[in-house]
Design a protein around this ligand. Structure first.
Ligand SMILES: C[S@@+](CC[C@H](N)C(=O)[O-])C[C@H]1O[C@@H](n2cnc3c(N)ncnc32)[C@H](O)[C@@H]1O
Length: 476
């Protein structure tokens, strides 16, 4: 076993994380080197130190976890749970309080979304009856979750109305109101531990979404057996939409409702009649207030400055400057493109879609517009249109790793793993040649960090192999 393998094994034994592929290994190596420098230890002594020092090992784990999450991620599932499954759970439990667990909760967006969705759909009394626990192995991210302060990027799947109702803006960030914040109890949870925190009691619903991608089948099976032990006799388990099939080990019944899946322990939780999904992606088309028209004499802002503001997620400042340009009729296509990005980030998908369609009518090969339009369709759950837009982007910009990555990813999500492999491999080849490779995008911050993208692509390609998971949700 090489020295690096020994560290990989330590991480696997402790948290179940698989560090396969060059990027994951490079990331591990980089953090180990930093630790060696800080602690003045050679590799052999560092390994011993990590084996003995839990805080130090936790620090390393925290560097290796992928914490990508956002509010109302996969909103159809949240609504299926809140509007269809939860009422059944409540009636089965009669007057007893219910308990929900978000396992692998990252910075808290998932459990807080559940609390908000329950309150919106069923009111205060029901929320009071439901305790929400949330755990993660990454102690640093748990501290962030408890703090409950978020940047605009966490709200890309959420309606403005809900955000404004539950958060207070503080400069560029948003602070969650105490009422929801204190409703979620965060605690350290290592899903690899044989002993789950049984003292916390049994759960009626477990959310384990977008976490299983980091584990091998053996670990995934073990985790499910442990969930079984901490679930009530009639309880449900939700995984990310694309993860569910790879986690069907026959332990729970697989239930389907309108193309959405979850697992049920027991026999009484059958899918009921369809309900309207209050936060579903295509429900984001409500009108927004336009900023007041600015004075004509104001000097026009520089396009590059606005671009920079977008990249720094300073959306309010970018928005008011864009409005000046649009009112003056200056730099129309670029200003419209950036405005569409603002709309996308506010969750106003319908308006963003219209804006991007109009840009593409006059410039059908504009890469920024094609990719943004593809993302917009994807977030509207229209995977066919998204695939078309990403495919066009690949033809028009064959050197763009981002176009190939988005195309491969949407094919993977659309259950076409065989076709997905090609574009994902192209994206990997371009990025492996140089992490500096140009995305081809000129205006919008569409790309994840190249290192993260390469890591995800490698995982996704591994997941397409027989015997591995067929597909998992993109981190975009
Ligand atoms: C991509 S986030 C998913 C967040 C959220 N569930 C969602 O769907 O948006 C994955 C989280 O799983 C956590 N995780 C990884 N290994 C874990 C383990 N062994 N025990 C508990 N959490 C773990 C990571 O720290 C990370 O925060």
């Amino acid at each position: 076993m090489s020295w690096l393998d020994a560290f990989k094994q330590l991480v696997y034994d402790y948290a179940g994380l698989l560090l396969d592929g060059t990027v994951a290994e490079q990331r591990l190596q980089q953090h180990l080197q930093q630790m060696q420098q800080q602690l003045g230890l050679d590799t052999e002594h560092l390994l011993k130190h990590l084996q003995q020092s839990r805080p130090e090992l936790n620090n390393l784990i925290s560097q290796l976890t992928v914490n990508e999450t956002y509010f109302f991620r996969e909103p159809e599932q949240i609504n299926l749970f809140v509007q269809q499954v939860l009422p059944q759970l409540l009636s089965l439990a009669e007057k007893r309080p219910l308990r929900i667990l978000s396992a692998g909760c990252s910075s808290g967006e998932e459990p807080y979304s559940l609390a908000m969705a329950i309150l919106e759909a069923h009111g205060e009394q029901t929320l009071e009856r439901i305790a929400i626990d949330a755990g993660d192995v990454d102690l640093n991210i748990l501290a962030k979750a408890r703090e409950a302060i978020y940047s605009a990027f966490s709200f890309r799947g959420m309606q403005d109305e809900i955000r404004n109702h539950y958060f207070s803006a503080e400069g560029q960030v948003y602070r969650l109101h105490e009422h929801i914040r204190t409703h979620v109890q965060f605690f350290p949870l290592n899903l690899k531990d044989a002993d789950y925190p049984a003292e916390r009691g049994l759960y009626d619903a477990v959310f384990f979404r977008n976490v299983s991608i980091y584990f091998d089948e053996h670990t995934r099976q073990n985790i499910q057996h442990r969930f079984n032990r901490i679930m009530q006799p009639e309880a449900v388990l939700f995984l990310g939409t694309a993860e569910t099939m790879a986690n069907d080990f026959g332990l729970f019944s697989l239930c389907e409702s309108h193309g959405l899946y979850y697992f049920a322990k027991g026999t009484q939780l059958q899918p009921a009649a369809p309900e309207r999904l209050a936060h579903s992606a295509d429900n984001h088309s409500h009108a927004r207030q336009r900023p007041a028209t600015p004075a004509v004499s104001t000097p026009l802002p520089d396009l590059q400055l606005i671009r920079q503001l977008l990249h720094e997620e300073r959306y309010d400042e970018a928005g008011s400057k864009l409005q000046l340009l649009l009112t003056a009729g200056q730099h129309k296509p670029e200003a419209q493109l950036m405005q569409a990005w603002l709309q996308l980030n506010k969750g106003d998908l319908a308006a963003a879609g219209r804006q991007l369609d109009s840009i593409l009518q006059s410039d059908p090969w504009c890469l920024d517009a094609l990719l943004a339009r593809g993302l917009c369709s994807k977030w509207q759950a229209d995977h066919n249109s998204a695939a078309k837009q990403f495919k066009t982007a690949c033809y028009a910009h064959a050197d763009s790793w981002l176009a190939h990555y988005f195309y491969g990813d949407i094919l993977r999500l659309s259950n076409q793993p065989q076709i997905a492999r090609g574009p994902l491999q192209v994206a990997r080849r371009i990025l492996s040649t140089s992490l500096e490779a140009d995305t081809g995008c000129r205006w919008l911050p569409l790309a994840p960090a190249p290192q993260d993208a390469l890591l995800l692509i490698e995982r996704q390609l591994l997941g397409l192999k027989p015997g591995h998971m067929p597909h998992t949700e993109a981190e975009t």
